[in-house]
Write a protein that binds this ligand. Structure first.
Ligand SMILES: [Zn+2]
Ligand SMILES: [Zn+2]
Length: 274
């Protein structure tokens, strides 16, 4: 009984991550064109019609820009909060709505918790998937974090999180001052240092895999992201660290092989999916 996690690609030109169990196939975000999604899934021998549903974190084009296309082309069922659904002009007949801290049940074993995170002009959420007693967090596009996020991500077996920029590269890079300020702000993105600090709060001996995602092509580099994050967590993290790029699909990670433990997040609200 395993949940397979495969990033189809992450970055400012599109994000989508596939979660697969023996029963269901779910996308987290659909920020690719129809052709790109189809091509990336085909590399895993999957067609878009096989996807049970896609959960959209927020309305920015690199995360939700392909949701409407997927509804029109393949009748894909989309889950989003109301603000995101409205901004993306989703088809209400093919859309289910979630709120903050909802637990979305998909199939018999998989549940996904929605945790609000601060991000400019959007109602962004992080997702924490629980499967057979283990948990995987998918967190992207946030300028800072909340105690609530720490509480729900603490001790997850798998953590995918953005490491968007290197402080020095952003400071000396080509972006105009106002854009630099926006990226650095509470509603912007996490720097490598911030991601390291967050991971130092939530990683435990349980944490097997960390994937750093959504690296800026101009203001970051894989070795800077990895070395900066490792500086913060090398004492407590014994697992493997990976860097996600724009061109997936990438290596598949697994959770859920172990026996059920009492790790399911608090159930505040339930959204049932057929
Ligand atoms: Zn965004
Ligand atoms: Zn983004």
């Amino acid at each position: 009984m395993t949940l397979r996690i495969t990033h189809l690609g992450t970055g400012s030109r599109g994000n989508s991550t596939l979660l697969e169990t023996s029963e269901v196939k779910v996308l987290i975000d659909q920020g690719f064109s129809g052709a790109q999604l189809q091509k990336r899934l085909a590399m895993l021998n999957i067609t878009p019609e096989e996807i049970d549903c896609a959960l959209i974190s927020h309305h920015h084009g690199d995360h939700g820009g392909g949701a409407n296309i997927a509804q029109r082309k393949w009748g894909m069922k989309i889950l989003a909060n109301e603000r995101t659904a409205q901004e993306l002009d989703l088809d209400p007949k093919l859309t289910s709505y979630f709120g903050p801290l909802d637990v979305i049940r998909i199939g018999d074993q998989l549940s996904i918790l929605t945790v609000p995170v601060p991000h400019s002009g959007s109602e962004n959420v992080a997702f924490v998937a629980s499967y057979c007693g283990e948990r995987a967090a998918i967190i992207t596009d946030l300028g800072s974090w909340t105690d609530e996020l720490i509480k729900h991500v603490y001790g997850c077996e798998h953590i995918s999180i953005e490491a968007n920029y290197d402080d020095q590269k952003l400071n000396s890079g080509p972006y105009p001052y106002s854009l630099k300020e926006r990226i650095r702000g509470r509603g912007g993105h996490l720097s490598n240092n911030q991601t390291g600090q967050f991971l130092a709060e939530v990683s435990t001996k349980n944490t097997r895999n960390i994937v750093l995602t959504h690296l800026s092509e101009k203001n970051n580099s894989p070795h800077l992201a990895e070395s900066t994050v490792l500086y913060y967590i090398s004492e407590l993290f014994e697992g493997d660290i990976y860097i996600s790029s724009q061109d997936g699909p990438e290596i598949t990670h697994y959770i859920g092989e172990t026996d059920i433990q009492n790790l399911t997040p608090t159930k505040l609200n339930q959204v049932e999916i057929d």
